[in-house]
Design a protein around this ligand. Structure first.
Ligand SMILES: CC(C)(COP(=O)(O)OP(=O)(O)OC[C@H]1O[C@@H](n2cnc3c(N)ncnc32)[C@H](O)[C@@H]1OP(=O)(O)O)[C@@H](O)C(=O)NCCC(=O)NCCSC(=O)CC(=O)O
Length: 419
């Protein structure tokens, strides 16, 4: 190969770089969700939980669990684990016994199977064959195996052996947004890339029996009353194929405008998940989380939105009610904090509250359910939704260990309004 001058080298490298990059922003091109079949109504949860963990003698704690369920904003949740699975493995409810091996072997199937169901729906929604996927990001708090859920999922979907795989374990609830942020970068920096993001949550890893000393350990009960199982998947790509293209036409649902992450100083111990011999039960969820969110949310959003010039900061509400909101419903009190801190009108978090109510907190997968619900609401011909449909620009926001706030600014396309 001929030697080139340093002046030309810079031009050549720049040209190669430009040719590799896509022209235009990444977009969500398909969406799908899935849940396991075991559905437990929140009104019955305390009875079910204390029964399957053989803890009915803890009457006071059971009453408190009922009270927390009543205040949770949740109607029902789905679990991969059933009374039969728990009954067949006494180590899952005996805190003195090691149970990590049992838990990992149960979720080795659960996480990829749930992810595959959601991903298959996202691929149908996208309209192109699975073999056109170039990159795959799998996110799960349910696993610690290698080869892991990513390889199993690639096999279940029949992806090409050249697919570039990324696997994120134990990222907590912000993981759905983390994966979407990475997918956006991959799609925008690799022309033609089509990225499958699949988030699957099976909480058997953190399922635990109530502790006799649970008064000092109430956050474990809170985790039992909030978290649930489910999977969400999206296809992300830039430069969607047009109708004139030889490949099937692609129709963006949301453009991904910008993505950012903020870590809140001094909050490292607020949400903690450590894998131990008896699962993810060495965890902590601070009662302070809703308040800590309040303290930092405004600054964090201003940092994300101001450079884009999309909202008029001089509006009384900072332009925030002119946006649509896809907030990870970490808990009812978290959504209340967002609403109060940002001065959001009632109904702005309706999609998040609906998902919390129908499914609970499925960690990283939840925010994909929220996006799907926003799309459903934008499609409905209902007067209540008319004002919301006028909001073209929106914010996805999710909270995770760190404490970390992930933010993605979105633009909703017309595809939402089709029937
Ligand atoms: C759990 C709730 C539904 C309870 O509703 P209310 O707060 O309105 O009800 P309440 O005030 O009567 O509280 C009921 C009892 O629970 C206690 N309580 C509440 N939160 C607690 C916590 N984190 N740890 C220990 N105790 C807690 C209260 O002190 C009270 O105890 P007493 O009766 O003794 O006074 C709500 O607080 C909530 O949604 N909290 C947010 C949960 C959260 O942090 N989610 C983030 C998940 S993490 C996430 O999404 C990110 C990630 O994991 O990565």
């Amino acid at each position: 190969m001929a030697r080139i001058s340093s002046f030309h080298l810079a031009t050549v490298l720049h040209d190669i770089h430009q040719r590799q990059r896509a022209d235009g922003p990444a977009a969500i091109l398909g969406l799908g969700t899935a849940n396991p079949t075991n559905c437990v109504l929140q009104d019955h949860f305390a009875d079910w939980y204390f029964h399957v963990t053989k803890s009915d003698r803890l009457a006071e704690l059971k009453a408190k669990t009922k009270k927390i369920c009543d205040r949770s904003g949740i109607k029902k949740r789905y679990f991969y684990h059933t009374e039969e699975i728990i009954g067949g493995h006494p180590e899952l409810i005996d805190r003195t016994l090691p149970s990590l091996k049992t838990r990992l072997s149960i979720i080795a199937d659960a996480a990829p199977n749930l992810a595959a169901e959601a991903a298959s729906r996202a691929i149908v929604d996208w309209g192109r064959p699975a073999a056109d996927i170039t990159d795959q990001i799998v996110v799960t708090n349910s696993g610690a195996n290698e080869p892991g859920a990513d390889l199993r999922l690639a096999g279940l979907l029949g992806l090409r052996p050249t697919v570039r795989r990324t696997l994120l374990y134990l990222h907590g609830c912000s993981a759905g947004l983390t994966a979407l942020r990475i997918a956006k970068d991959i799609a925008e920096n690799n022309r033609g890339a089509r990225v499958l993001v699949a988030c699957a949550q099976a909480k058997i890893l953190m399922f635990t029996s109530p502790d006799v000393d649970a008064a000092a350990d109430l956050d474990k009960i809170i985790a039992m009353t909030l978290f649930a199982d489910g999977a969400g998947a999206v296809i992300v790509g830039a430069e969607p194929a047009a109708s004139s293209s030889p490949i099937p036409m692609e129709r963006p649902i949301f453009h991904m405008v910008s993505a950012s992450q903020t870590t809140l100083p001094g909050t490292e111990q607020a949400v903690v998940m450590n894998l131990r011999e008896n699962g993810l039960v060495d965890s902590h969820l601070s009662v302070e989380v809703p308040r800590l969110v309040c303290g930092s949310l405004e600054r964090c959003l201003a940092d994300s939105l101001a450079p884009l010039g999309l909202v008029n900061a001089s509006d009384g509400d900072g332009g925030r009610n002119g946006l649509f909101w896809a907030v990870h419903p970490g808990g009812r009190a978290i959504l209340d904090s967002y609403e109060a801190t940002l001065g959001l009108e009632p109904g702005k978090l309706a999609a998040s509250r609906h998902v919390l109510s129908e499914y609970g907190n499925m960690m990283g997968a939840t925010v994909i359910f929220v996006l799907d619900e926003i799309r459903r609401r934008r499609r409905r011909r209902c007067e209540d939704d008319a004002k919301e449909k006028n909001c073209q620009w929106g914010v996805m926001s999710g909270l995770g260990p760190g404490l970390t706030i992930e933010t993605i600014v979105l633009h909703a396309t017309d595809r939402q309004d089709e029937n």
